[in-house]
Design a binder for this molecule. Structure first.
Ligand code: SF4
Ligand code: SF4
Length: 472
């Protein structure tokens, strides 16, 4: 029985409701009148239900798909402007007691090099990240109560926030660790984390259990209800996602939207971010073993329909995707990118030899952060190192109301410009700096609100005189 605000995973992610939704979408995929009505509703920027979104995803009419893409682009611009938030993953440990068949960190993998960073290693990694210009990290660790207990994660967060190196500081630490207890979520909240991120992998219970044969993660309900426990533990910014390719994309797309609807209906706060990773090659993982792997075209359609269905959410794409694919999905709704990433444990300091491999997945976009910043500027996006909302207490429902009323863009754009200016001053190459200064000047002139424009110009000037860390 489908029950949106139920505390039971199998009720708020009802298999029956997903199957009925998919039949409804299939039956209406050529219903131009209905699709036009759904698009009209989406134009009001209040989002769509999972049923409406499923119809759009199923649509094959080229003209209507072009309208979906156009709308996704406009909605993203309306909510967030043209800023793209930059972050980097930091792998703390690849010890894991789970058996996820799609991840090389699974317990039975004998070929991967197991590593865990000491606090001293973390300091070195973070300094390397700070030297690149990063301000926002997502820490990652496998599930292993012996090697990676919550105390280790909390100590690592503290270490990261404490490092003040040259002109840098990490200003926001997001956390991607296994589903845990309310008590542990409360500890993470007290440690000052930004977003708690946990991917569902797939919402299809039967396939989920097949893909996770052993270990604590094999408990579908415990994993699916993790965000509820996080909210009960006072974490109000949570990030959801599925690993597209593990199961049929249509099913997981609907499940993802139902999860967002559940969080919003139950806690008044939908997901802060949605990530859209696709299965990709890694140590003992071959994409060809996954018959549900999706094409670039489907991937783009998923991004666009998610953007118009959950307009308030941040959407994240990692370096799993190539430059070409990232360029396309930026246009369709992605608002956060990782850059200069290493997916191995200790990879920012230590280049692994041919006999070593501790990576979780192979990277497709190998460009440096400076190259990515220059590329975004060329495309007309403002690379942003902003972490203002979390530091100003704009989280949870407070953040959501600012996004939904379209006010957050008044903060995002100037914050993007002043944090980009900091990046240019301290970390950029000469060529990036030159194009960046011109770009900032042109973008500042376009800030519509005179008082915000004036303040932005003042902050930009102060940064050139050695001051930093301004925010709206
Ligand atoms: Fe462990 Fe996470 Fe990899 Fe599963 S996906 S094996 S839980 S690190
Ligand atoms: Fe993100 Fe808030 Fe900064 Fe906008 S102002 S980029 S929403 S932290």
């Amino acid at each position: 029985m489908y029950h949106k605000t139920s505390s039971h995973a199998t009720e708020f992610i009802s298999h029956e409701e997903i199957v009925n939704t998919l039949s409804y979408a299939k039956a209406n995929c050529n219903n131009r009148v209905l699709i036009q009505e759904i698009l009209e509703k989406a134009r009001s920027c209040n989002g769509l239900s999972h049923r409406e979104a499923a119809v759009l995803l199923e649509c094959t009419d080229k003209e209507l798909i072009a309208s979906i893409y156009e709308l996704a682009k406009n909605i993203k611009q309306h909510f967030y402007g043209n800023r793209i938030v930059m972050f980097a993953p930091l792998y703390l440990s690849n010890y894991c007691i789970n058996s996820c068949v799609y991840c090389p960190y699974h317990i039975k993998n004998q070929t991967i090099t197991r590593k865990k960073l000491t606090q001293d290693d973390i300091r070195k990694e973070v300094m390397a990240l700070q030297d690149m210009g990063h301000k926002r990290l997502a820490i990652e660790a496998g599930e292993d109560p012996k090697n990676n207990p919550i105390e280790y994660i909390l100590e690592s967060i503290q270490t990261i926030y404490d490092i003040k190196h040259k002109n840098g500081a990490i200003r926001r630490v997001n956390v991607n660790i296994a589903a845990t207890t309310v008590e542990n979520y409360r500890k993470l909240h007290k440690a000052g984390i930004g977003t708690y991120i946990l991917f569902q992998e797939t919402y299809h219970k039967e396939n989920y259990e097949r893909l996770h044969p052993h270990g604590p993660k094999s408990d579908y309900a415990y994993h699916t209800e993790a965000m509820d426990r996080a909210m009960q533990g006072d974490i109000d910014d949570v990030g959801i996602g599925v690993l597209f390719g593990l199961n049929t994309y249509r099913y997981d797309f609907v499940g993802l939207l139902m999860h967002a609807e559940h969080l919003e209906a139950t806690y008044g706060v939908g997901p802060h971010t949605i990530s859209v990773p696709r299965i990709c090659p890694a140590d003992d993982i071959h994409v060809s073993d996954f018959k549900n792997a999706i094409s670039d075209e489907i991937f783009q359609k998923i991004v666009a329909v998610l953007r118009i269905s959950v307009p308030y959410t941040g959407m994240i794409v990692s370096t799993r995707e190539s430059q070409q694919v990232r360029e396309k999905v930026l246009e369709l709704g992605v608002s956060q990118l990782s850059g200069g990433s290493r997916t191995s444990v200790g990879g920012y300091v230590h280049k692994e030899t041919l006999n070593e491999n501790s990576s979780q997945f192979d990277i497709s976009d190998h460009r440096s952060l400076d190259e990515i910043v220059a590329w975004l500027i060329r495309l007309g996006y403002i690379p942003s190192f902003c972490t203002a909302c979390y530091r100003e207490g704009r989280t949870g429902d407070r953040f959501m109301s600012l996004v939904k009323t379209g006010q957050i863009a008044n903060c995002c754009t100037p914050n993007a410009l002043i944090t980009l200016q900091e990046f240019l001053e301290y970390y950029a190459s000469e060529a990036t700096r030159k194009s960046g200064y011109e770009f900032i000047r042109a973008q500042t002139e376009q800030i519509p609100h005179p008082a915000i424009r004036k303040k932005t110009i003042e902050y930009l000037q102060s940064i050139t005189q050695g001051e930093r860390d301004f925010r709206f």
